[in-house]
Ligand binder design. Structure first.
Ligand SMILES: [Zn+2]
Length: 73
């Protein structure tokens, strides 16, 4: 990656496993998860959040035996 300017991040939220920072310049979000850092745009983060919620919902439903995972329906 070849970035001319470094993002000026400020922490938005910090949890047990995930820290989320936002850049005051470009608005990108930085997700820090363990040793992994991921820079995404806010709308991509929202989409990822929705997908994660969907996945967890499906996981719990699968555990309850009320839904089969996608691809195994
Ligand atoms: Zn930035």
């Amino acid at each position: 990656m070849n970035e001319k300017r470094r993002c000026r991040n400020r922490t938005l939220a910090r949890g047990a496993v995930l820290t989320v920072e936002a850049c005051g310049d470009c608005g990108a979000l930085s997700l820090h998860l363990g040793g992994l850092s991921l820079r995404v745009q806010a709308d991509a983060a929202e989409s990822a959040w929705a997908t994660l919620g969907e996945a967890l919902h499906a996981l719990h439903a699968t555990k309850r035996g009320t839904l089969h995972p996608i691809g195994h329906a």
